[in-house]
Design a protein around this ligand. Structure first.
Ligand code: IPE
Ligand code: IPE
Ligand code: MG
Length: 245
C-alpha cells in the first residue's frame, strides 16, 4: 500500500523529501516601505521584482509548482489607491513578463474569484493562461482575490451542481478537490510566510492540510532566492508521515 500520496514531495534515498510544490504568503511589503518613509506601493513594486527573481531561480532548486498569495478577498479593505496600485502591478507584471515566461517555460495561472476584478485584468489573466498553457518547466499560480473560504463556498456550489445533474452520487474528497480553483494542482508540500506573522490568513486551507509550514521574519521585498534555497535545504530533512507510523 502506498504510504505517501502520489502527488507528494519527491522522496530521496534517505527518506527525507524535497518540496516540489512551494506556496508562499508574500507578506511585509507595506512595513518594508514604511520603515524607509516611502509609500506602501513602493514596497509592492519591490515585492513584484522579488517574484521575478524567484520564478527564474525556483526550477533549479527542484521546485515544479510555485503558488503565490498576492491579494486576498480581505485585501479589498485597503485604500482605493493601494488596491488600484496593486491591480496595476499585476497587469504590468503579466504584460512585461510574458516573453520571459515563454523563454523560461513558465505556465502561469490564477486562482481566486474573478467576478470582482476589472474586465481588462480578467482578459489579461485569460490571455497569459492561454499563451503559457504548453509550458512545462514551472507551474506558477498566483492567488488574486483569493480566500480559502470563498473558494470552498464556490466549490461547494459547483459540487452541488454536479450532484444535481447526477454526475456524482456520493461525493468524495477528490470530487471536492476537483471543484476547487486549484483543480489539477498537486497539494503544496511547503507553505512559507514572510514578515514574521504566524497565521495563514485564509490561504489554501483545504490543499495545505498536510503541508509543512515555515515562518520567516524576512519582509517579502528582502526575500531572495538564497532565502528560499536555505529553507528548502533545511525542511528537506523533515520526515512527513501523512498519519502513518
Ligand atoms: C503583502 O504585504 C502584500 C499584500 C497583502 C497585497 P502587505 O501589504 O500586507 O505588507 P504589511 O503586512 O502591511 O507590511
Ligand atoms: C495575507 O497578507 C495576504 C497576502 C499576502 C496577499 P495580509 O497582510 O493581508 O494578512 P493579515 O491581514 O496580516 O492576516
Ligand atoms: Mg500584511
Amino acid at each position: 500500500m502506498a504510504a505517501i500520496p502520489a502527488d507528494a514531495a519527491a522522496v530521496t534515498a534517505d527518506g527525507a523529501s524535497r518540496a516540489r510544490h512551494v506556496a508562499i504568503i508574500m507578506d511585509g511589503n507595506g512595513r518594508w516601505a514604511t520603515e524607509r518613509g516611502w509609500p506602501r506601493l513602493v514596497g509592492h513594486r519591490r515585492g513584484a521584482e522579488r517574484v521575478k527573481q524567484l520564478v527564474k531561480a525556483a526550477p533549479d532548486m527542484g521546485v515544479e509548482w510555485l503558488t503565490l498569495y498576492a491579494f486576498s478577498t480581505e485585501n479589498w479593505k485597503r485604500s482605493t489607491a493601494e488596491v488600484l496600485g496593486l491591480m496595476g502591478i499585476f497587469a504590468r507584471y503579466i504584460r512585461r513578463e510574458a516573453d520571459a515566461m515563454a523563454a523560461e517555460g513558465v505556465r502561469m495561472r490564477f486562482i481566486g474569484g474573478r467576478d470582482r476584478l476589472d474586465p481588462a485584468l480578467r482578459d489579461l489573466f485569460s490571455w497569459i493562461e492561454a499563451r503559457t498553457v504548453g509550458n512545462r518547466r514551472l507551474n506558477l499560480t498566483v492567488a488574486i482575490n483569493y480566500g480559502g473560504r470563498d473558494e470552498l463556498a464556490r466549490a461547494a456550489a459547483r459540487l452541488a451542481g454536479r450532484i444535481a445533474r447526477g454526475e456524482i452520487t456520493h461525493p468524495t474528497e477528490a470530487d471536492l478537490a476537483a471543484c476547487l480553483d486549484t483543480a489539477g494542482h498537486p497539494d503544496p508540500d511547503l507553505v512559507i510566510r514572510t514578515s514574521g506573522e504566524t497565521r495563514t490568513s485564509n490561504f489554501l486551507p483545504f490543499q495545505a492540510a498536510y503541508a509543512e509550514y515555515e515562518f520567516t521574519p524576512v519582509l517579502w521585498p528582502d526575500f531572495t532566492p538564497a532565502h528560499l534555497a536555505e529553507i528548502l535545504d533545511r525542511t528537506s530533512q523533515r520526515q512527513r508521515r501523512f498519519g502513518g507510523a
